[in-house]
Design a protein. Structure first.
Length: 244
């Protein structure tokens, strides 16, 4: 029941804002399942959640720059597998907690600068290596910790993309990154039968959350959208530190 409840809440947040499922679900899944297989469950569920939103938001998606992020993801996949195989459960928790806290601080600073009139970035004018660099870390953390989103969201939150454009980009890259992560996990790590069963159990709650979150997204303006993202990051980081 705890897994189902967390899955529902996390999927609502991700559907409404474009990310947040792994940030909320991974630390709680790790605590409940007490196994690195928690990462695999999040990866499987995230694919199923992202596909309906990719279809729903396809007309909102700017595509010119995304190929370079995809390229970076591909390069990051094998590095992520190496990290997953070499880190034990306690180390994974520590890395996730540290990463989330750093992202929280960075996002808070970015919002402070934006209030002072700092110019937003035009993604179509950015250097291609920079886009691939962002994708690299999304690929690494997608495979290693089921978290391709924070690095990508940190980058997109500093661009001039509108709310639904951000959501559309995030969902498209999630499908790509999590599909690659699933393949890498199956080939190099292996996914046990119980992991698939756990995924099937929480899937209905995840899909319900996607529907509810999409409805809520229509009521969230741009300013509130970025504020919610920051709150999610900070609360998740604090929660994870308390449970290390």
């Amino acid at each position: 029941m705890a897994l189902i409840l967390v899955t529902l809440i996390a999927s609502v947040v991700q559907s409404a804002t474009g990310f947040g499922f792994a940030l909320i679900a991974v630390p709680v899944y790790l605590l409940i399942l007490n196994s690195a297989a928690a990462v695999q469950v999040v990866i499987i569920i995230s694919i199923a959640m992202s596909i309906p939103l990719v279809i729903k938001l396809k007309n909102e998606r700017p595509t010119n720059f995304m190929r370079w992020i995809f390229l970076g993801c591909l390069i990051g996949f094998p590095i992520g597998v190496y990290m997953f195989l070499k880190l034990d459960l306690k180390a994974i928790k520590a890395v996730v907690a540290t990463f989330v806290i750093l992202i929280s601080i960075s996002n808070a600073w970015q919002m402070f600068l934006s209030k002072r009139g700092k110019d937003l970035l035009d993604v179509n004018k950015l250097p291609k290596p920079l886009l691939s660099f962002v994708g690299l870390f999304s690929g690494i953390f997608g495979v290693a910790m089921a978290m391709p989103g924070p690095t990508l969201m940190l980058f997109l939150s500093r661009t001039a993309l509108r709310k639904n454009e951000v959501r559309a980009v995030m969902m498209a890259i999630f499908v790509f990154a999590y599909s690659g992560a699933t393949i890498m996990q199956m080939v190099f790590v292996g996914i046990e039968k119980q992991t698939w069963i756990n995924s099937a159990i929480v899937l209905p709650a995840a899909l319900l959350g996607v529907y509810v979150g999409h409805l809520l997204s229509k009521k969230i303006n741009e300013r509130l959208f970025k504020g919610i993202i920051l709150v999610i990051l900070i609360l998740t980081g604090v929660f994870m530190l308390m449970n290390l």
